[in-house]
Design a protein around this ligand. Structure first.
Ligand SMILES: Nc1ncnc2c1ncn2[C@@H]1O[C@H](COP(=O)(O)OP(=O)(O)OP(=O)(O)O)[C@@H](O)[C@H]1O
Ligand SMILES: [Mg+2]
Length: 438
């Protein structure tokens, strides 16, 4: 239910409109002039303003323009006398949702229109939220393994090509999807996300495509889908590997033909969106299992980008930890949080099966345990990496040798003799190497 302001200098019209909407459960206020409406709107917060066009003093158009500037999220419906449709159309060009001709004959039409306007208001709020979602994190923290990835993302972003982001859980697929949008010519448009794994099939379908009133039990009003909402912007299909086959067919059609119908509807709706998809599944294997459509795969895998797991870009761990820590400082209001060298070292050597998401969780937990001061090793709970996992591409043999020696010494509690035995070298050789590596 919405908060609605009805503005008309004619008392009769005003109360008829107000009562029609009140019976639906909306909270309706009334204003007898543009001036009064402006005052009220500035004090309270309304979702929808239904206003007459022609009024002495501040008229409907001026009210629309002024409030649009101050509260762009508020929706407008224009009431207009017969023969004044041109003005109403001008109002719509200035952002009004729709117009109703006076005399208003049916309360039903009015209610339906108000319903739709309120729904658009809600959807706008969803888009706003997904846009605001703090500043865009960067992708490049210097790890050589990320360089070609960042380069590919930068190049594909400016095109209209569908991007498929593939990577383990927590590698930053959503962060990368936003980066594609932000670096694209559509950056000023909406970025809409739907996670295909978290909604049931029916719910997902009506979230994506919307539905007409009465399309199924519980569809008491018409609802616009998220795809419509992404018009002019980018649409991020997260966890696309979880989408059911039947829905995949419908999705394929929108991607190919740029048109779709709402659930229970017959009218074709055209959309202009750029598609970005992500999965942590092997979609080829899903095709083999008969769980993913091959034709859809070819549509979305035009430009696949693989995000490397954190253990393959260990150079990123330190700078990423700093970035995450500065977020945690703000979130927990602990400006003095810092990492001790021993804690940093543990982070550097962990397995990170949960990737960046796990890194953030580990830091947050440690921050809480440290009471907001310096985090040390005792507060870092991580699974250490196996030797092969600590090795990243492009390391020299010397670097590997050094890691092997460090590991052996840790495992033997610092006993050089035992460490030498583990490494299969003589004690003298170990001493030489220790001296060389300092
Ligand atoms: N480059 C980055 N800079 C800063 N934070 C990052 C970066 N990459 C990932 N993160 C953070 O790590 C967490 C996981 O990232 P994201 O949600 O993008 O990963 P994902 O691959 O979509 O994971 P999942 O498969 O679990 O949904 C988020 O909290 C995100 O903010
Ligand atoms: Mg994700």
């Amino acid at each position: 239910m919405g908060r609605i302001l009805v503005v008309d200098d004619e008392e009769g019209v005003r109360s008829f409109v107000a009562e029609s909407l009140q019976t639906e459960g909306h909270a309706v206020s009334q204003a007898a002039s543009g001036e009064e409406a402006l005052d009220m709107a500035r004090q309270g917060s309304f979702d929808l303003v239904i206003t007459d066009l022609r009024m002495p003093g501040i008229d409907g158009l001026e009210l629309l323009e002024t409030l649009r500037g101050e509260q762009p999220e508020v929706e407008f419906i224009i009431l207009t006398a017969h023969g004044n449709v041109a003005k109403a159309v001008e109002a719509m060009r200035n952002g009004a949702f729709d117009f109703v001709q006076k005399p208003v004959s049916s309360p039903g039409e009015l209610r339906l229109m108000a319903e739709r306007a309120l729904e658009r208001r809600t959807l706008k709020a969803i888009v706003e939220n997904s846009k605001r979602d703090h500043s865009q994190p960067k992708l490049d923290y210097g790890a050589p393994a990320m360089a070609p990835v960042v380069d590919a993302i930068r190049k594909v972003a400016v095109t209209e090509a569908t991007v498929l982001l593939v990577g383990e859980s927590g590698t930053g697929k959503e962060v990368a999807a936003r980066a594609v949008h932000e670096m694209s010519p559509r950056a000023a448009g909406p970025f809409v996300v739907v996670n295909c794994a978290t909604l049931s099939e029916n719910l997902l379908e009506s979230e994506l495509f919307g539905h007409e009133k009465g399309a199924f039990t519980g569809a008491s009003t018409r609802k616009r889908g998220r795809i419509e909402l992404a018009d002019g912007g980018s649409f991020f299909l997260d966890e696309i590997g979880e989408m059911k086959l039947e829905l995949q067919a419908k999705l394929l059609r929108v991607i190919q033909e740029r048109v779709f119908e709402r659930v229970g509807g017959t009218r074709s709706i055209e959309v202009d969106v750029r598609w970005i998809a992500a999965t942590n599944r092997d979609l080829r294997a899903r095709i083999g299992e008969g769980a993913f459509r091959e034709d859809l795969y070819h549509r979305i895998a035009v430009f696949p980008v693989a995000l490397p797991p954190l253990r393959e870009r260990r150079e990123d761990i330190a700078p990423l930890s700093e970035v995450l820590l500065s977020q945690i400082r703000l979130d927990l209001k602990r400006p003095n949080l810092a990492l001790s060298p021993s804690a940093s070292k543990l982070l550097q050597q962990a397995a990170w099966r949960g990737n960046v998401r796990e890194l953030r969780n580990v830091l947050e937990r440690a921050a809480i345990l440290s009471d907001g001061g310096t985090i040390d090793a005792a507060q870092i709970f991580v699974e250490p990496a196996s030797f092969s996992e600590t090795v990243s591409d492009g390391q020299t043999l010397q670097e590997l040798e050094r890691v092997a020696i460090e590991r052996a010494l840790e495992a033997t509690g610092g006993s050089r003799k035992e460490a030498a035995a583990r490494l299969g070298i003589g004690l003298r050789t170990l001493y030489d190497k220790l001296k060389r590596y300092d």
